[in-house]
Every structure is written in C-alpha cells, then in structure tokens.
Write a protein that binds this ligand. Structure first.
Ligand code: MSP
Length: 658
C-alpha cells in the first residue's frame, strides 16, 4: 500500500451461529482504525465478511433442516445487522459464496496445481470439527486429557486427498520472520509462530472428498473434491481487496496494512496464509495482528455450551452502542486477554463516560449558556499550559492509535478529559462570573469548550455517534474534525479550533449516570442463580452467634453456588471396558450433544436398567479420563456405604437443580 492508503481486514466469521462479544470486538477494533485513517484523509479499505463453507457450517445447516446456502443467506442477515448496529463502516462485506470469490479460489488452485505445488496422497488423521483442522494423535490425546475437548469433538478420516506443498516454504517463512520482525504482532505471538516453525512443517491437506463433505468450492482439476475451508477462506483477503491473480488491474489495497485476527487463529494466518501467498507469488501483508480473548468473569472461555457468552445486543440495549465500543477497546490491551464482567462495565461507564466526559461537556456548555449567551466566546489566546498538555495528548494518542493500541490511546484522551475537569475546578468560572471578570470568564470557558472539542475529535473513530453529538453541541461536526486533525498534525492550532460566536446547545447529558445494572442485564442474574453476585438470602445475614453450629466443614453460599446441578436423562448405558465397577452412560443434559459420564454403580445397577432414568448431574465438574473413557460430569447417588438409589426429580433434561 502506498503512504496515503490504509487497508485493514478482520477474519471472516463462521456462519454457524450468531455474533457474540468476541466477534464484535475484532470488528469494532478494525472499524475504529479505519475511521481514524479516513479522518486523516487517507484512502481506506476495510474488509470484513463471513466464512460460509465447510463441515461446521454444513452441520449447522443440517441441524436446522436447511440447505447450507439457505442457512447462510438467512444467518448472514443477523451478522450484517450486528455490524450496522455497531456502526461498522466496512467497504466490502465478503461472503465466501460470492461468485468473484469462488472464481478467485479456483484460479489460485489451478495455478498452484499447474506449477506442481499441489499433489495427491493418501491421508489418515483426526479432524477437529470445531476448528476445521486436522490434529496429530498426540495433540488429540493431550487436549482430551486436559478436559478441554471430548472424544466426540474429533472424527477420524482416512481418504485420498490433495495437498499443498507447504513444507517447501518453511525456510522462506523463517527468513521472512527474521527480516520482518513486525510481520506478526505482538511479539509474544511472533515467538509462538517461531516455536511452531522450530519443528518440521508438514504439507497442508487442501481438499475434502465430496462423498464425505460436499459443501465447498469445487477443485478445478478434480471434480470429486471441494476445497478445504481454510484454504478457501484465507483467499477472501485477496478477493475482497480486488487483488487479482490473473494479471487484472493493480489494487492499492493489497498488501493489507493490518490483518486482525484472534490468537486462536494465529497458525492458520501466520503459517498457512503466508506460505500460500509465497506459493502464489503474492506480497505478504504488512502486519498480522493477533489480539487476545475475552473470557468470562470467572476466567472461563466463553462458549455456548457453558452458557456464558456475552450478547452484544444486550450490551448495546443496556449501555448503548458507543459505550460498548469504548469499553471493549479501553478495557484490555489490544493483544492481551481480558475478563468481561458487567459490573466492571458499569463502573467504567460511570467513571469515564458519565462522570468525566459527560461532566466536562455539561459544565462547558451549561456555564457558557448561563453566563456567556450560549455561543463560543472570543478570547485573546489559549492557555499555554493547556496547549502544552494538548500537544502531549496528541503525541500520546496518535502513535498509539496507529499501532492499534486502543487502550493507550483512550487513556490519553480520558487523562485529557480529567485534566479538563481539573482546569474548570481551578479556574473557578463561577467566581469569575460573580466578580464580573467577563474577559477572564470568556477565556476560561473557551478553553474548556476547546478541550471538549479535542476530546470529541479524538473519540470520533471510537464512538462515532456520541462524539458526533458532542461536536454538534459545540457547533461543529464530524466534517470539521478532518480539518482539525490536519492542522494539529502540522503542529498548529491546538485548543483553538472552534469558531467564535457559533451557537452552543446544552441538551441532554451525553451519558446519563447509571446507578445500577440496566434492567435487562440485572435480570440475567435472577434467571441464573448460580452466577448471582449477591444472592438475596445474603441480604439479611443471620448472626452466626444466634445459631448453635454443630462441627461441620461449613461452606459459604458462594461456594455452593459454584456447583451447577442439572437434570439429565440417561440415553445409553454400558459396562466400562476397562473398569469392573464403572458404568459408562450417555446422558442428555439438554445440550447440543449428550455427555459421557462414568459412575461407580455397576455393583448395584445393571447398565440396561439405567436407560431412560432421570438423574441429577453435577454439570460443571471438570471432565477427566477414567481408565481411557472421558467422564464429563457426576451423577448424584444416595445411600450409606453402598449406593441404594440415584437422586431424581420430576423435571426435564437441562433444568437446573438448586
Ligand atoms: N472463520 C474463521 C476465520 C477465517 S479468516 C480467513 C473463524 N471464525 S470465527 O467466527 O470462529 O472467529 C472469528 C474471530 O472471532 C476470531 O478472530 C476469533 O479470535 C474471534 N473471537 C471469537 N471469540 C472470541 C472471544 N471470546 N474473544 C475475542 N475474540 C474471539 O475463526
């Protein structure tokens, strides 16, 4: 890309479900960067979209009884709506089912085939459906042993397939990583890639036989196969940026300036993608930036089966779109992991937005209205201390934002806002007004209004609506910001951009203070007592001295509330292959797939008598291997030394027990 161009991409999102906070996060980050560069007057390309082929999407469609294309056409609407709601201003939304993309993928495959970069071979291996990747036997065993994955997450495939000679590019990739230390960012991710490349790199299986999985782009040189979903998906970055492989017109948008991705898809980008580009003779992107993961407040990975996924629409309903955008980018360093809690969001909202920014804007506008006729006042010159601070803020903010360090950039803005409130406190315009010192009052109020203007300008890429609203109140507009930024970057005019005599509007506060969690969010905790921060029973604690306590290893209510008990129904039961006392059951917990649970009850229950029974299961007991069989939960049983019965209840699978 030339100097005046900025090209950014997000991963394309699997259409096997609806968007959550993690997807919104990558997209908002890319949007904020794109908006910033547009404001700086650069030609911007911002590409996002959806990943629609492969096993995972096919299975999601089958579950709904739809053809994969019908399923995708239906679901893509939800993704586009999320992006519209979050003010994602992309230049292209690519779908891997778009005709131009399918043509590009076929052209890439044909070129590689013609050059002998693709060959046919037998293949046998474990496929991890969730990630759409093959894994080694060792990796599979390890990930089951740690309880991260279950046996049912893998499929064994044994078939003839087509392979891309990825191994051929291992040294070239190592050399490139050495000569371009900022290709993979941040550094810890680059080291991870180097670690991966310290072992011999294999070739990449890039086909799927249609007889097994036909939802994909057909290989142009073998009609019995479709293209592997990752090989197809990664090429979207070329299609979506108009980078032709057939000698078409040149594009200013490739190589991309930044390609954003989550740390979970580092290898597919830093290794598969880069070597694919090398084989195709196409330039590598300038930077691959891997950001971290949002995890839930208890440190757990968010997933549908855990029921701890944060719904971004709920955040937008409760706190607003702009507050959500700011929170996600402000709360964790771009690159690092972070925990999401609603309470943390509420505190951040009140501190930064309601108190600091909202307050500064309100003070500046309402005092000018009351004492100075509600127009931008004239003044001799800006306060020099403020101008120096403004320069410092600009110098902290700009490089941070350009390096995608949103947290640092936002910290610089909120420091500036806090300095604004301090400036008002110290200058005490109310005293100046009382003393009738109109000249000094006008000067102080103008400086304060200018501080709001600079804050609004710097926040515009991050919170386009609220910053736009603030600019409007100051008699300016998002269009003015382009001009201001150009002047500021030339070193001119800090704290001096508003037009004297322009009308000001006080209006409603930008961010009303929230005294408690928004009702729809608070309701979540009532529906899910296990995760309630402060259970009702604790509101009026019974004094411990009033109850004579027998000696027991007492636990707190919070300890108990960590245990998730759920109703299950036994679907299948059989003797454990390697343990005399154990029965292995498949138990329906109302989840996407039944759990495998081992229980030491064979002495009392013949396995076949268990089928159809309703049981109570400890649903969040960490899974473990029991003599080679995974056990993903525990069944509650009653009795003394010997179990006499299983605990049961009249309820349906998935219901909670509390
Ligand atoms: N389809 C592939 C990407 C193909 S790109 C050629 C894919 N899709 S995804 O929908 O599963 O994930 C897309 C992005 O969302 C990834 O960058 C992933 O890291 C991000 N996130 C999903 N959950 C996340 C969190 N909980 N936190 C932060 N981002 C995470 O992978």
């Amino acid at each position: 890309v030339s100097d005046g161009t900025f090209s950014i991409t997000t991963p394309i999102y699997y259409l096997n479900g609806t968007p959550h906070i993690g997807h919104a996060y990558t997209t908002i980050a890319a949007d904020a960067a794109a908006r910033w560069h547009r404001l700086r007057g650069r030609e911007v390309r911002f590409l996002t979209g959806t990943d629609e082929h492969g096993q995972k999407v096919l299975e999601a469609a089958q579950k709904r009884g739809l053809s994969p294309k019908e399923h995708c056409d239906d679901l893509v609407v939800v993704w586009k709506a999320m992006m519209e709601r979050f003010r994602i201003d992309y230049d292209r939304f690519i779908r891997t089912t778009d005709a131009d993309h399918e043509a590009l993928v076929q052209s890439a495959l044909q070129q590689l085939y013609d050059r002998g970069e693709i060959y046919r071979d037998e293949y046998r291996g474990w496929y991890l459906i969730k990630d759409e990747v093959f894994v080694t036997d060792k990796e599979r065993e390890e990930r089951i042993a740690t309880g991260e994955l279950f046996e049912s997450d893998f499929r064994m495939f044994e078939e003839t397939n087509w392979f891309f000679r990825m191994s051929k590019y291992q040294q070239q990739l190592l050399d490139t990583l050495a000569s371009r230390p900022d290709l993979v960012l941040p550094d810890n991710r680059r080291n991870e890639v180097l670690g991966f490349l310290s072992k011999p790199l294999g070739d990449l299986c890039i086909s799927r036989p249609k007889s097994r999985m036909g939802w994909g782009i057909e290989l142009p040189f073998d009609r019995d196969y479709v293209c592997y979903v990752w090989f197809d998906a990664l090429l979207n970055y070329l299609t979506g940026n108009n980078r032709s492989l057939d000698g078409g017109p040149a594009t200013p948008f490739w190589p991309a300036t930044y390609q954003l991705l989550g740390k979970d898809i580092l290898t597919t980008h830093a290794v598969y993608w880069t070597t694919m580009l090398m084989a195709l003779g196409v330039e590598l992107p300038q930077h691959l930036f891997a950001h971290g993961w949002w995890v839930s407040g208890d440190g757990q990975k968010m997933s549908k089966s855990r029921g701890n996924v944060i719904d971004v629409n709920l955040l937008a309903d409760g706190f607003g779109v702009d507050a959500t955008r700011v929170f996600l980018l402000r709360e964790i360093k771009f690159g690092a992991d972070g925990q999401f809690t609603y309470k943390g969001f509420l505190e951040r909202y009140n501190a930064d937005l309601a108190n600091d920014l909202g307050n500064l804007a309100h003070r500046a506008l309402s005092m000018s209205e009351r004492w100075l006729g509600g127009a931008v006042p004239e003044r001799q010159a800006p306060d020099p201390t403020l101008q120096a601070l403004a320069r410092k803020t600009w110098e902290a903010y700009t490089p941070a934002l350009e390096a995608l360090q949103f947290k640092e950039a936002l910290e610089a803005v909120f420091d500036w806002v806090r300095a604004g409130n301090k400036f008002v406190d110290t200058a005490a315009p109310w005293a100046l007004n009382k003393a009738g010192d109109t000249a000094k009052l006008a000067s102080v109020m103008r400086d304060t209004l200018e501080m709001c203007a600079m804050a609004a300008a710097l926040l515009l890429p991050i919170m386009p609506d609220k910053a736009g609203e603030l600019l409007g109140k100051l008699g300016a507009s998002p269009d003015s910001v382009k001009d201001w930024l150009a002047r500021w970057s030339r070193g001119e005019d800090l704290v001096n951009v508003l037009l004297p005599s322009t009308k000001l509007t006080v209006g409603d506060p930008l961010f009303p203070r929230l005294h408690e969690l928004p009702p729809a969010i608070a309701a979540l905790f009532e529906a899910e007592p296990a995760s309630a921060p402060a259970p009702k029973t604790q509101e009026k604690p019974v004094s411990e001295t009033e109850i004579p306590l027998p000696e027991l290893p007492w636990i707190e209510y919070d300890d108990f509330s960590k245990v998730q008990l759920r109703i299950g129904r036994v679907l299948e039961a059989q003797a454990h292959p390697n343990a005399d006392k154990l029965v292995v059951m498949k138990v329906d917990l109302g989840e996407a797939r039944p759990r495998t649970i081992c229980a030491g009850i064979k002495a009392v229950f013949a396995p076949e008598t268990l089928v159809g029974r309703t049981v109570v299961v400890v649903a969040n007991l960490k899974p473990r291997m029991l003599r080679g069989v995974p056990s993903e939960g525990m069944i509650l049983a009653a009795g003394g030394e010997v179990v006499t019965d299983l605990v049961s209840a009249q309820a349906k699978p998935g219901d909670t027990v509390r």
